[in-house]
Design a protein around this ligand. Structure first.
Ligand SMILES: NC(=O)c1ccc[n+]([C@@H]2O[C@H](COP(=O)([O-])OP(=O)(O)OC[C@H]3O[C@@H](n4cnc5c(N)ncnc54)[C@H](O)[C@@H]3O)[C@@H](O)[C@H]2O)c1
Length: 665
């Protein structure tokens, strides 16, 4: 399809003639079939809801087709309306538009739905199994149409994928306001999601899926690298030369561990039970070497340690067998973690020892109780081996995969004398205090021209800003700035760009603002050819309230509230964001987290300088202020510093109580 046809197709929205019927093929990329949970009257309602998008004359034919989709897949995706043109992040000027901000949003939507990026593109799922951009193809078509006609004084409201419409607003308002999965609290249980998603009235937006801000695997590699480096610092290593990091999982997110270990400068060994997964990572170049034989692996590790190699090694087998062998061969492990999918322990997220991969898969459905028993036995052994390694000086952390929780449910030796977990989670010990509390988080940008030249220039500009900042920074944050400088200088070499020309760079408030201002100037001076889209992951300082992850290092009881993320969403919207989003669910599950994010298109104007200073400052310092109020020391330090630098900022500082005062209670 040529560019003109593509533009016409976007402008048309729902086509005027019915597209041909969809030919469903059994391909791996299809989303899992969702449960069939609606009663007959509810199914009738779901089909009626779906037909709202189409002319009456099509209703008879479509009602039968949509019912069939609902019965077969648990959802109505409206497969036949998936457009015929290729969906990917094009250059901003390829999108028909009346305002550039809207064109930039179209680019981001298409990036999230790119066949080479999205996990289940046919079902509009970007990642995480159910992270949806839209519920169905009609919503996509209508949204693109609205964006292509949008003027600079209109705002599009998106209700869980459904474009409610364009409303008059003002030039300074966001162009799009998105909510995903927001529910009346009593209707926010996992089964409610199944029901209301099947009815077509809500969806699971994950974090960057439903907010159009996904940038592929780059984000997770950078975050994992930061975690490994800081885990090393926790136990006193200035660098990780010759140090061994052992973990498991080379899957969706866990696959980043191997690549991140090499970038962090250590030896990373990752156990993976599924041979196919290892082959995929090996062919991508994310794994340098692979082993089946444990004693050969031990010999290799001794050499790698002696030579201080930066290397990633996959062990094909069970993580528990690997931990056992390393103990037997007296190989010192400095850092340890686990990224099996223990959030889903009994349906294939975690494989027991003593069985082959295929034997396990059969047992899951043939004898689920026996399978559960074997998983729990393995978990007990797993923890016992970890305990023996930590007694020898290893630092172990939970990687947000429910390892500690499931180990405790399996009665493993994972609790200390106070009945608390023996080991910390990565947010409690690392990301929280060392990054989020200081304001460091996953800032990102996308070059809307779609050119590598602009991306290279932006990398160089960001590196110069951080280099300058590092010279004048306080000692407290120098290590973080140094990590970011190393990352951005090597970013191109690491070859992690997939899809849109995007870059991630952990930064604090000052870093984000200075980098964005420098980009805006470069656009103004025509050094960078087209606008840049600024954004971030929701897994950040202020964007996410999640008591077992992002806000797990909040200890004043407020970790079960979601004021911070809601305040952030609203606050960003009137300080200059081009679009804002607020989601229920993401990462740890529906009902377990509220998270939000933004996108900001900068075009070189002086107006954008003001928006950058105002919105990015709030976007980070809102979270630091809340973390300060929860008495987190690094945030008390950071917010006081921010107040010194900006006299308009006045934040309430907590009065710390002498613990002795409370001893009588
Ligand atoms: N990387 C992050 O930043 C991050 C953040 C939060 C949570 N997590 C959690 O990490 C977990 C992994 O995520 P994913 O997307 O990679 O999942 P995934 O299911 O794609 O990958 C997990 C891998 O572990 C392997 N595995 C399972 N049991 C094993 C065993 N006993 N020995 C060796 N290998 C085994 C599986 O074959 C699979 O390939 C999830 O629970 C996720 O929620 C990751």
């Amino acid at each position: 399809m040529n560019l003109l046809d593509f533009k016409q197709s976007i402008l048309q929205g729902i086509p005027s003639t019915m597209p041909e019927k969809y030919n469903y093929k059994n391909i791996d990329t299809h989303a899992p079939k969702r449960i069939d949970c609606l009663s007959k009257p509810e199914k009738k309602l779901a089909v009626e809801n779906a037909l709202r998008y189409f002319p009456k004359k099509w209703h008879q034919e479509l009602s039968e087709e949509f019912l069939q989709e609902l019965n077969s897949f648990g959802r109505i995706y409206m497969y036949r309306f998936k457009p015929k043109y290729k969906i990917y992040a094009r250059s901003i000027n390829d999108y028909p538009h009346k305002c550039k901000q809207a064109a930039a949003i179209m680019l981001m939507i298409q990036n999230n739905l790119d066949d080479n990026i999205a996990q289940h593109p046919e079902e509009l799922i970007t990642y995480g199994g159910n992270g949806a951009v839209f519920q169905n193809w009609a919503q996509y078509l209508l949204t693109m149409k609205y964006l292509s006609t949008m003027k600079e004084d209109q705002t599009l409201s998106i209700y869980s994928g459904h474009p409610m419409g364009l409303f008059p607003s003002s030039k300074d308002s966001p162009r799009v306001v998105i909510t995903n999965g927001t529910m009346i609290p009593n209707y926010s249980k996992p089964n409610d999601l199944e029901k209301f998603n099947s009815l077509g009235v809500t969806q699971y937006g994950q974090m960057t899926a439903g907010s159009y801000m996904y940038i592929g695997p780059q984000g997770i590699v950078h975050g994992t690298m930061i975690t490994i480096l800081n885990a090393g610092r926790k136990i006193g290593f200035k660098n990780l030369n010759g140090k061994l990091f052992v973990t498991s999982g080379l899957g969706g997110m866990s696959g980043a561990q191997a690549k991140a270990a090499v970038i962090a400068g250590c030896i990373g060994v990752v156990a993976e039970i599924d041979k196919q997964v290892i082959e995929k990572r090996y062919s991508q170049g994310w794994i340098d070497e692979k082993f089946d034989n444990l004693s050969e692996l031990s010999t290799r590790l001794k050499t790698a340690k002696k030579n201080n190699e930066f290397i990633s090694i996959a062990y094909h087998g069970n993580i528990v067998d690997l931990w056992e062998q390393l103990l037997k061969d007296k190989i010192k492990v400095e850092l340890g973690s686990d990224q099996t999918s223990l959030h889903n322990p009994y349906s294939g997220g975690y494989y027991p020892t003593g069985l082959t991969f295929n034997q396990s898969k059969t047992l899951i459905s043939s004898e689920p109780e026996l399978f559960k028993q074997k998983v729990q036995e393995t978990l007990r052994k797993h923890v016992s081996l970890i305990n023996q390694h930590t007694e020898k000086g290893m630092y172990f952390f939970d990687y947000g995969n429910a390892f500690l929780l499931e180990a405790s449910r399996a009665n493993a030796d994972i609790l200390d004398s106070n009945q608390k977990f023996k080991y910390p989670s990565y947010v409690q010990d690392i990301m929280g205090p060392l990054c989020f509390d200081y304001g460091f988080g996953p800032f990102r940008w996308i070059c809307a021209s779609g050119t590598n030249t602009d991306l290279d220039k932006s990398d160089k500009i960001a590196a110069e800003v951080i280099e300058k900042y590092l010279q004048e920074a306080d000692e407290e944050i120098k290590p973080q700035l140094q990590d970011n400088l190393t990352w951005i200088k090597n970013a191109k070499l690491n070859k992690l760009v997939v899809g849109s020309k995007a870059r991630i760079l952990y930064s604090d408030s000052k870093g984000r603002i200075e980098i964005a201002l420098a980009f805006n100037k470069a656009i103004r001076d025509k050094i960078i050819s087209e606008p840049i889209i600024l954004g971030r992951d929701h897994h950040d300082v202020s964007g996410t309230d999640s008591p077992y992850r992002e806000t797990s290092n909040i200890y004043d009881g407020s970790q079960f509230t979601s004021d911070m993320s809601v305040q952030n969403f609203v606050g960003d919207s009137f300080r200059g964001a081009t679009w804002v989003s607020l989601h229920n669910g993401g990462g740890v599950g529906w009902g377990e987290v509220i998270n939000g994010g933004f996108g900001m298109v900068i075009d070189g104007s002086i107006e954008c300088d003001k928006k950058i200073k105002n919105m990015l400052f709030w976007d980070v310092n809102n979270g630091i202020a809340r973390r300060n109020w929860a008495r987190n020391p690094n945030s008390i330090y950071s917010i006081k510093k921010a107040m010194n630098e900006n006299s308009s900022l006045q934040v309430t500082i907590p009065v710390l109580v002498d613990k002795k005062t409370l001893e009588f209670i």
